[in-house]
Design a protein. Sequence first.
Lengths: 317, 319
Amino acid sequence: MTSATTAHSVVEPSATTRRFAGSLVVLYAVITMIPLVWIMLTAFKSPDDAISYPPKVLFKPSLEGFCNLFTTRSRQTPEFIRSLGPPQGMCDDIARSRNMVVAGPSNYVPRFVNSLIIAFGSTVLAVALGTLSAYGFSRFRVPLKDDLLFFILSTRMMPPIAVAIPIYLMYRTIGLSDTRLGMILLYTSVNVSLAVWLLKGFIDEIPREYEEAAMIDGYTRFQAFVKVVLPQATTGIAATAIFCLIFAWNEYAFAVLLTSGNAQTAPPFIPIIIGEGGQDWPAVAAGTTLFLVPIVVFTVLLRKHLLRGITFGAVRK
Amino acid sequence: MNELSASSRITYRAVMVRPSVAHRIRGLSDRTLAWLFITPTIVLLLAINIFPLLWTIYLSFTNYRANRANVPTIWLGADWYQSILTDPDIWAAMQVTAHFVIWTVVIETVLGFGLAYLIDKKFRGHGIWTTIILLPMMLSPAVVGNFWTFLYQPQIGLFNYVVAFFTGRAASSFQMLGDVTLSPWAIVIVDAWMWTPYVMLICLAGLRSIPDYIYEAAEVDRASKWRQFWSITLPMALPFIMLAVLFRGIENFKMFDMVNLLTGGGPGSTTEVASITLKRAAFESWRTGYSSAFAIILFVTVFGLANIYVKALNKVKSR
């Protein structure tokens, strides 16, 4: 992407070196992609193809995994199935070929919706709080600034299980256990430290002169923040939001310990999708694929800011 | 918009009251605004992080059990701390954790730096391939752990098939997740697969921060490529490598989700890293006081190690 700027420099790697380095990296990339590609292929396999030995690379694609992901089915006698009317839709058809009928929708959609609500809710809150604090830390002389910033970061060092014990007791007392609001608040508190650190870096890069000029023109400090700084920080805010979104989307430890039915998100749900006689791998793979697709999209969108995000703004390109 | 008009109203009042103080003319004083902006974050963190932490500290000195809230709470002093620090099971868990942290960090650093070094050669299409390599680290560790259990299935799993294909052993002759000697490595492999890109990305930033003119000077002095690597590339990238090691070390010390899904700590307790021991004590045997004490010990350990390491990092940076 950043093409060579010094074309004839002595330090430019030779064409052979480049080709050699390139082929090694491509080899690594291909190997590292195999597990992901495999899980996506499994999503489109029939249960028999999914567990065949040797593993099948070529197979007849089937949507049974997705059907099993979205429905619950019950086993019936062939006589009963014959007595029913024509199958309603493709999934019913597949189920009947296995002596089953579709009994109703599964819990995947509600869990997925919970994931969406909790991830977006906590992201909006964390970014809003983070932007304000980051501006405060960036522009004003705050007493004990370094200590406060370190305090904000240090909350990330606690093992999640250690935090979960008292949160569990606290939420049980105030009635927030297994609620979306409880999870949103919890994820906000985890994400806000990342948001403050990242956004402080982004806001530090916006020259103070812009606001000062606006304030000379008669803006108040707050107006200058809203009308001058925020538009300049849009990219940073967007990148931070995506990082918060990905964290909340992926989080498992709190979700599995603090939610059971009502507010459960997708990560604790996907591993417990079981069919008859063990895990229903095509259904698990289908659930996993749908769950991972948004992340793949976001990663591509974020690639320029990834480095900052994963190091809490410690490394900037 | 409401806030905006509110603030301009305050401006107006400020002008009326103290017209002489220059910064008051422009809305809220900076100090007020600073506190207005920072306080909500601090309050949230106090409520959801610090208050629970203090509660944990209190519970760690008592016999409280979350599933028997009616039993009167007795103050035990430092009993739990003493029994944890002398408990061979806890030390076994710490050894498992150390094995996991050390091996993952070593493998990820070597592979990650190697990859970054190769990508820094700027071959054609390196941007696209870098993005592809980065994908695993963005995924949910729990979901990753879960689908690796599928790849590790002894009879039908792809991993076993590939290993069998290259070694000639039968695919069902070994169980990555069920064998006491293999399972600690099974979790290391998945973590390395997932997080090598993370180290790679940080190392890449380090390599790109080395200015070309240093290499040009080295060329003029006829320093060999080998020599350049050891006296320029590695020392100058070292702070970045150490930063990556710091982040990975802390994260893997806390590791829970991926291992919980892969092995759940088993077979037996061969992959029972500290967080899983903690979860078993807190949410399966409901020994709340005991697990609170263990949580505090873990937190102090992470915090202490991180502080020592940051000091070392700063020393390297200032060199």
